[in-house]
Design a protein. Structure first.
Length: 381
C-alpha cells in the first residue's frame, strides 16, 4: 500500500483547521453520546425524559455526520493506494446496502474478469456510496437500482471529451429509475453545498458529490452523468485500468480465510452448486448437510434443527422458492440464522426475505475468502 499526499506543500490552514475541528468535535460528541446512552439505560421508555434522550442521541449522530464531512474535506487530497479489484469492492459494498423500508429492486452485473485499478479503496467506497445515496433519494416511492462494472477502451474524440488520455478504463455505472434531473440541476450537482431537494433532506449538506468528483479526478478518472426527468439518472465512475494479467490474485494481501466449526445446511437445486458449496464449507472447517429442494430442506431441518447453526439457500428453486422455504423454516425455528445466496438481483422476494429476518445475502459468484467472512458475519450476529 502506498501513501500519497497529492499536494506538494503541507495542507493549507483551512484544511488543517477543518481536520482539527472534526477530530475534537467527534471526541466531544462521543463523550456526550456515552453519557446520554448511560442515561437511557437508567430510564424506562415510559419516563417523559426518555424521548428527550432519544432526540439528544439523534442530534449527536447528525452532528457526527457533519464532523465526518469536515474530516473528508481535510483529507480529500490524502490517499492510501493499492491494487484493488473493482468487482470485489463493489460486491462487498452492495451486499451491505440497507434497503429496509424501501421498495428497491437491486440488479448487479459484474464483469466476469477482475478489473484492477490502483486506488484508495476507502475513497472509492466513499464515492460509490455518495452516488447510491443520491440514487435512493431519487426513488422515494421505490424503483430499480442497477450497478454494472465493465472495462472499456476510451479513445480519440471520447477521450478528449472526458479530458482523458487514450487507453483502457474501468467503468462502474450506477443507474436509478428515479425522478431524474433537469439540465439546470444537472449542471450544479457537483457544486459545493448544492442540494437539489433540500426541502425533503435538510440534513444533507451537498458535499457528497463534490468530494466524489475530486476524489475520482485525483485518481486520474472522471464521473460521467446522464439524467432525464421522470426517467432516472446514471452515474459512471471511470478509472484507469491497471495493466495486469487475467489471473491476478484477487484477494487483498492482508485478507485471510476465516475458519469455523459450526454445522451448515446448504440448499440449492443445482447439484454443481451443492458440490462446490459442500467442498468450500468443509475446507473452512464446517460440517455440511445438503438439500436439493425446499421440501428436502424442511424434512432435514425438522430432524436436525438443534444441530444446524446456519442455513444457506438459493432463491430460485422449483416447487418451493427461497422465500417460501425460509418462511417455513422460520416457523420451525423463529431464531433461525439464514443467508441468501443469490445471483445478481435482489428483487421483491429477496427484500421480503430480508424483512422477515434473513440475516443477509451474498452474490454469486463469490471467492472463498469473501464467503468465509460472510459466514462468520452472519453466525456472529
Amino acid at each position: 500500500m502506498e501513501h500519497i499526499q497529492l499536494k506538494d506543500e503541507t495542507p493549507d490552514a483551512v484544511e488543517a483547521l477543518a481536520g482539527g475541528i472534526a477530530h475534537d468535535f467527534n471526541n466531544l460528541l462521543a463523550a456526550i453520546k456515552g453519557r446520554a446512552s448511560l442515561m437511557m439505560n437508567s430510564v424506562k421508555p415510559s419516563d417523559p425524559l426518555y424521548r428527550h434522550i432519544v432526540e439528544i442521541i439523534s442530534c449527536i449522530d447528525k452532528g457526527s455526520e457533519i464532523a465526518n464531512q469536515l474530516l473528508g474535506f481535510a483529507k480529500v487530497d490524502e490517499y492510501y493506494t493499492s491494487s484493488i479489484d473493482v468487482n470485489r469492492l463493489v460486491r462487498k459494498v452492495v451486499e451491505n446496502l440497507d434497503f429496509k423500508g424501501k421498495k428497491i429492486v437491486l440488479d448487479v452485473d459484474l464483469d466476469p474478469k477482475p478489473l484492477i485499478v490502483e486506488a484508495d479503496p476507502d475513497k472509492i467506497i466513499q464515492v460509490f456510496m455518495s452516488i447510491v445515496d443520491n440514487a435512493l433519494q431519487a426513488m422515494p416511492k421505490g424503483g430499480k437500482l442497477i450497478v454494472v462494472t465493465e472495462s472499456a477502451a476510451i479513445l480519440n474524440g471520447s477521450a478528449d471529451t472526458f479530458g482523458l488520455s487514450n487507453g483502457f478504463f474501468v467503468k462502474i455505472t450506477i443507474t436509478d429509475t428515479g425522478i431524474g434531473m433537469e439540465k439546470d440541476v444537472l449542471e450544479k450537482i457537483f457544486s459545493p453545498f448544492y442540494s437539489a431537494d433540500h426541502k425533503h433532506y435538510p440534513d444533507k449538506k451537498g458535499l457528497g458529490l463534490t468530494f466524489a468528483r475530486e476524489i475520482i479526478q485525483n485518481h486520474s478518472g472522471v464521473i460521467d452523468v446522464w439524467s432525464s426527468p421522470d426517467m432516472g439518472s446514471s452515474f459512471s465512475i471511470i478509472l484507469p485500468l491497471k495493466e495486469t494479467t487475467d489471473n491476478i490474485d484477487i484477494p487483498a494481501a492482508d485478507e485471510k480465510l476465516v475458519m469455523g466449526n459450526e454445522s451448515v445446511l446448504l440448499i440449492d437445486d443445482e447439484e454443481r452448486i451443492l458440490t462446490v458449496g459442500r467442498e468450500i464449507c468443509k475446507a473452512l472447517g464446517y460440517s455440511v448437510i445438503t438439500a436439493s429442494s425446499g421440501k428436502e430442506a424442511l424434512r432435514i431441518y425438522k430432524q436436525k434443527k438443534d444441530k444446524i447453526n446456519l442455513v444457506i439457500l438459493d432463491m430460485i428453486m422449483p416447487e418451493m422458492n427461497g422465500l417460501e422455504t425460509f418462511l417455513k423454516l422460520k416457523k420451525l425455528n423463529p431464531d433461525i440464522k439464514a443467508l441468501l445466496s443469490t445471483g445478481y438481483s435482489i428483487d421483491e422476494k429477496a427484500q421480503e426475505m430480508l424483512r422477515q429476518g434473513c440475516k443477509g445475502y451474498i452474490l454469486k459468484p463469490y471467492s472463498v475468502i469473501d464467503f468465509s467472512h460472510k459466514l462468520r458475519e452472519v453466525l456472529e450476529l
